[in-house]
Design a protein around this ligand. Structure first.
Ligand code: F6P
Length: 373
């Protein structure tokens, strides 16, 4: 009997998701003779049993569309807000999938999705995941689809920001996404020729950045472009954040943990405008007018680049192969030119951060780029 499989996209939307849905679907239906349904809006659709049948017609024409044609959400399956209550919905998911006669569910997502997938896999569901995120922070895979496109967009933004920076003799700070990882900022910063690159993995000091900018001034460069990762922090803010996070981890009682979580949320809130704060500090330290551009969701939008379409297609078809062979509880990871099936336990709850000795960091240093340390 033909295998019946469900597919969903979860977490933030990302370029290349539709290429991966299409890649999986074409191989699953055309090559392996499976039947395919697509759940709407990620884990939420899986819980609420909202889906549509995916056939070749539904998969046609989606390769270049941005976002995800299935919709997405950021739910945690074991802690979902349902009718004003927080509930564990794992049993409901298993029931829904059994009623639909599904042999497996394929989940396209990032770190949060890997955790959901592992929880569902441990509960008995046959799951395969695919690595999607513009942040490139998923453990166990060389890269993820979405990253290459977002890096192109951020690089082009840095290119364009150079116009105003040099014309007005300004410092322009551009805040780039990436959550707690600096890959996107580092890649785009190098490719776009940013003068300073600030990463979450390397806490910065205003003194170090202004020294870089003043050095440039001495050489006649009367402007600077600073690429700031959204997760980058100065030494003081980083220490406050780390201490607050440690307090959450070390709290023994529910009450202490609640208080620690509130404190952590307040710290995060107080650091939200860090790039604007840095701009004011650099203006004061260097005498150069400073401006901020937050790239935000522009980085996730629009047509995926060729590299992401290729990666989504490659990993999509690899996942279809895994389902056909009955290999579950794994992520189809990018490994060199090929792929590898990595156990979800080696992916979930782990972040792939930029190692401070990474080759890209070394490249930036040798280019004379300031890293704020
Ligand atoms: O994980 C992708 C990402 O775009 C991060 O870079 C960013 O921190 C986050 O998602 C933003 O999330 P949301 O879509 O919930 O605002």
């Amino acid at each position: 009997m033909a295998k019946r499989v469900g597919i969903l996209t979860a977490g933030g939307d990302s370029p290349g998701l539709n290429a991966a849905i299409r890649g999986f679907g074409k191989a699953a239906i055309g090559h392996h003779g499976m039947e395919l349904i697509g759940f709407r809006d990620g884990i939420r659709g899986l819980v609420e049993n909202r889906y549509l049948k995916l056939d070749n017609r539904a998969l046609s024409g989606i390769l270049t569309i941005g976002g995800t044609v299935l919709g997405t959400s950021r739910d945690k399956v074991h802690k979902m807000s349902v009718d004003g209550e927080v509930r564990d919905m794992r049993d409901i998911v298993l029931e829904n999938c059994a009623k639909l006669g599904l042999d497996a569910v394929v989940m396209l997502g990032g770190g949060g999705t890997a955790k959901n997938a592992l929880r569902l896999s441990q509960a008995g569901l046959n799951v395969v995941t695919l690595p999607k995120t513009i942040d490139n922070d998923i453990a166990g895979t060389d890269t993820s689809f979405g990253f290459a496109t977002a890096m192109e967009i951020a690089t082009e933004a840095i290119d364009r920001l150079h116009s105003t920076a040099h014309s007005h003799h300004r410092i322009i700070l551009t805040e780039i996404m990436g959550h707690r990882a600096g890959w996107l900022t580092l890649g785009a910063g190098i490719a776009g020729g940013a003068d300073v690159i600030l990463l979450p993995e390397i806490p910065y000091s205003v003194e170090s950045i202004s020294a870089t900018i003043k050095e440039r001034l001495k050489r006649g460069s009367t402007f600077s472009v600073v690429a700031v990762a959204e997760g980058a922090r100065d030494l003081g803010d980083r220490a406050d954040y780390d201490a607050a996070e440690l307090l959450v981890k070390s709290s023994k009682t529910a009450e202490a943990q609640g208080a620690a979580r509130t404190h952590l949320a307040n710290v995060v809130d107080s650091q939200r405008e860090h790039t604007f704060k840095l701009a004011r500090e650099l203006e004061a330290a260097t005498g150069l007018e400073s401006r901020v551009t937050i790239l935000g969701y522009v980085q996730r939008g629009g047509i995926p680049c060729a590299a992401d379409r290729l990666l989504g297609s490659r990993l999509g078809t690899a996942a279809a192969d895994a389902v056909a062979r009955g290999e579950f509880g794994v992520m189809a990871a990018a490994r060199g030119e090929g792929f590898e099936l990595v156990p979800l336990a080696e992916v979930a709850g782990k972040l792939k951060l930029v190692p401070v000795e990474h080759g890209w960091v070394e490249t930036a240093r040798q280019l004379g780029t300031g890293l704020g340390d």
